[in-house]
Design a protein around this ligand. Sequence first.
Ligand code: CDP
Length: 253
Amino acid sequence: MQRKNSPIDTARANLSFDTKRSIMKKIVIAIDGHSSCGKSTMAKQLAREVGYIYVDSGAMYRAVTLFALRAGLFEPDGTIRHAELRARMPEVKVSFRLDEASGLPRTMLNGEDVEEAIRTIEVSNCVSPIATLDFVREAMTSLQQEMGKSKGIVMDGRDIGTAVFPNAELKIFVTASAEVRARRRYDELQAKGMPATFEEILHNVQERDYIDSHREINPLRQAPDALVLDNSTLTIEEQNEWLHYQFKQAVGE
Ligand code: CDP
């Protein structure tokens, strides 16, 4: 069967690598950890520095959640209409499009740019139950593995080093206290003018931690060969420096 070029291939083709990077060993970098602990900030920064593709796997679960919300597949009590969502999964096309200005991929749902729409507190409140569903995980995992085939990728999530890329050359497990994470997420939403209270966010962070760690399929857990980073007291610069050092070690520079 002829496969269409995935949007991630287009993103790759658009990236300009300098000579040194193009001959450097390409690896897969898996960054897992608790919600809102700054995984994506560090993953994006590293990808930019070393000319890799950044993939936010959480954005993919968020996009499926947005689809389910829009399609009315949640009961008023929050239960998901599983059978209907399963039947409609073939209609859910999640992809990424490279944003020329920032050099970062934007999340697309059936051709629509949903990068902002998937970050609301409503989606955050509904995403973890969606991410427990076997058919959703299977679909997202195979899409993610496809994206990592040519290496040169930084992917962040919950199960990247354990289930998606168990052979990743560099695995990082990031964490920080729930209060610190909620504060960071609160500041981020405030800066974007998106409404939410600190208490609401803290509750969401704690609830997602619980669901993510206790679900049956591919729960959030640290891969035995992952390097652990507790960034509760680190600045963004300090954590980026730490990650860059680990990257250099992994590629043998
Ligand atoms: O940004 P934040 O770290 O708070 O969350 P996210 O990375 O956007 O992921 C949203 C949710 O998707 C998580 O709370 C998980 O429930 C789910 N997820 C997952 O199950 N597996 C992944 N690889 C990534 C996210």
